[in-house]
Write a protein that binds this ligand. Structure first.
Ligand SMILES: *Cc1c(COP(=O)(O)O)cnc(C)c1O
Length: 402
């Protein structure tokens, strides 16, 4: 086995030829704006919405400019406004608390378990203590909490759930697709997620009135009649005068790129999981490292993999990162004192104030994370796993010898 891995952790696969052809046809038409249609034409955006809604079993779907935009529109469509408190995960990515802050609302963080999901006991406590009426639930890195228990808790407390499914497109809990538990499910089609249109987002819902608000918010003007996965005009009549236009539409070019990828989503998810299982298998049993056991009810998409170095000193985790990096393996670390690249923790979201969360801090301090792009072969994944295993073992033995 090679000493050094030479692949690129941010290299995605090329856009499929069918998607390129569809994109070129849109460019040739000159009609890129979603509402620029000729008589009888549905348009790529409305078709994408219809296909995505059907795939997820949702009544309604709206395509927007980004995943972060989808989160903000969902929050606003659910009535969140300035000064409101919104519960969300302590372990998530910066656009999640950012979407709350953008509305002038206040994020209230809920702790993370060693299984990397939201801590339901802490959620119950924070619902009581904060009086918040909305949970923006982030299925961070594709880990799904016990969604039946979570929904029972939130339903009983009158808390509206909005799901951030940026890492769970194609995943499900107990047979129910991620995004189908809350009032809204929000997805990203940014390059590093499960469909790639550069930037983009999708929102699904069964709630006619909240969904109509999201459509008007996204910048539909009074052209919502051309949507194919939306409620009837009578619902829009009820909300159109009281909902502002906060433009964040998707265009036909991106939708054209996404539709062929959506048709192939299941196969891609299976390929991610093959890669995930190879790395997981090699890592399992590494001294000093804990793999994250996935619950049987969770059908996940292994587009990234996480592991814990529980109780490790920061300098030892840093030594592992440095040794892996020297062998071409890029690990992210959620215990780092400073935000780096896409990775940050709540300690650096200083526009809001958070009480200390020592149990979550202990989890994050040992949390390492790695992307698994589909450009990696199964042999690549075995090599990467072996490198991590060797370097974790070496540092662990050095610690033990001290
Ligand atoms: C990427 C991401 C988002 C936001 O998606 P964008 O399309 O980049 O705005 C939201 N939540 C999580 C967990 C993400 O990883």
């Amino acid at each position: 086995m090679q000493d050094r891995f030479t692949g690129n952790f941010t290299q995605q696969e090329p856009i499929p030829e069918a998607a390129i052809e569809a994109a070129v046809a849109v460019l040739r038409s000159g009609r890129l704006h979603r509402y620029n249609l000729v008589p009888g034409e549905a348009g790529e955006v409305a078709l994408l919405e219809q296909e995505f809604a059907a795939k997820l079993g949702a009544k309604y779907c709206l395509a927007v400019a980004s995943g972060g935009y989808a989160l903000g529109a969902a929050l606003r469509a659910c009535g969140v406004g300035p000064g409101d408190r919104v519960l969300t995960n302590a372990f998530t990515l910066a656009p999640v608390p950012g979407a709350i802050a953008a509305l002038g609302a206040e994020p209230v963080l809920v702790g993370v378990t060693p299984g990397l999901v939201i801590d339901l006991d802490d959620l119950a406590r924070k619902i009581d203590a904060s009086g918040a009426r909305c949970l923006l639930l982030s299925h961070m890195r594709g880990h799904l909490a016990d969604m039946r228990a979570l929904m029972a808790l939130c339903d009983a407390a009158g808390v509206t759930v909005i799901e951030d499914c940026a890492h769970t497109m194609g995943a499900s809990w107990d047979g129910v697709p991620s995004g189908r538990f809350g009032r809204f499910g929000c997805f990203s089609t940014q390059t590093y997620k499960h469909l790639n249109s550069g930037e983009g987002g999708l929102l699904i819902s069964d709630d006619a009135e909240a969904f109509a608000r999201a459509v008007i918010l996204s910048g539909s003007y009074m052209l919502y009649g051309s949507h194919l996965a939306a409620p009837g005009p009578e619902v829009f009549e009820r909300v159109k005068y009281t909902t502002p236009n906060v433009s964040g539409r998707m265009d036909h070019l991106r939708a054209a790129i996404l539709r062929p990828q959506l048709a192939d989503l299941q196969r891609q998810c299976d390929r991610w999981n093959e890669r995930y299982r190879v790395v997981e298998e090699v890592l399992r049993g590494t001294p000093g490292l804990t793999v994250i056991e996935r619950p049987p009810a969770e059908a996940f998409v292994g587009s990234s993999i996480q592991a814990l170095l529980p109780g490790w000193r920061a300098e030892d985790v840093q030594a592992v990162l440095a040794r892996c990096a020297a062998r071409g393996v890029e690990l992210k670390w959620f215990g780092a004192p400073e935000p780096a690249g896409f990775t940050s923790t709540y300690a650096s979201w200083r526009y809001a104030e958070f009480p200390p969360m020592p149990e979550s801090d202990a989890v994050l301090a040992g949390l390492i994370d790695m992307r698994l792009p589909l450009t990696f072969s199964l042999e690549d994944c075995a090599q990467i796993g072996a490198i991590i295993r060797a370097e974790v073992s070496a540092v662990y033995q050095r610690q033990a010898a001290e």
